[in-house]
Write a protein that binds this ligand. Structure first.
Ligand SMILES: [Zn+2]
Ligand SMILES: [Zn+2]
Length: 177
């Protein structure tokens, strides 16, 4: 599903929620995020701060939680306790390979995971909202740098957006700049 401000407004209204100006601004950021990018609440806050939108971090936390519960955003647990968000788009259904050292993320498509999950849900009478596999990894850069012993715990590989592996795979930087 892809939301426009208007369709989201009626969707939220029908469920007793409002598309406040803040939520609309947050939605706008995600709609304009380059494919393969994911934002943490803190990154979203910094981005909106730069635009002087005046939205507090606690409002952002609440909003992204709500929008995830409604299936508008997808919540990803990239590293332990480190949540990132992206727009939930049915036509771009994908899973994530995540480096535990630097959070670098690669997206990949695999319909059989979704199909299998749907089958299981049907069998048990559950309704599927989202299906995402997070594959926990060490990225090639961190391995080259001698992970784990040679790397300080706060080391981060260069998070540049690299070329796609294929049409469906996108290498991601979780920063925008
Ligand atoms: Zn993604
Ligand atoms: Zn890494």
């Amino acid at each position: 599903m892809t939301y426009t401000a208007n369709s989201l407004k009626s969707e939220l209204n029908s469920r007793g929620w409002r598309l406040t100006p803040q939520r609309e601004k947050i939605l706008h950021v995600f709609q304009n995020l380059p494919k393969g990018n994911h934002l943490s609440a803190e990154e979203l806050y910094e981005l909106l701060e730069k635009r002087q939108e005046g939205i507090s971090l606690s409002t952002i936390y609440r909003s992204v939680k709500l929008m995830s519960r409604m299936g508008i955003l997808r919540e990803l647990e990239l590293a332990e306790g480190h949540k990132h968000y992206e727009l939930h788009q049915a036509h771009h259904h994908h899973h994530h390979i995540v480096c535990v050292q630097c959070n670098r993320t690669i997206e990949f498509n695999n319909d059989s995971i979704l199909k299998h999950s749907l089958k299981q849900c049907d069998k048990e009478g559950f309704q599927l909202i989202d299906c995402q596999l997070t594959v926990t990894t060490i990225c090639p850069e961190a391995i080259r740098m001698g992970w784990p012993s040679a790397l300080p715990s706060n080391w981060c590989c260069t998070r540049t957006i690299s070329k796609s592996h294929s049409e469906s795979d996108v290498v991601n930087s979780s920063t925008l700049e």
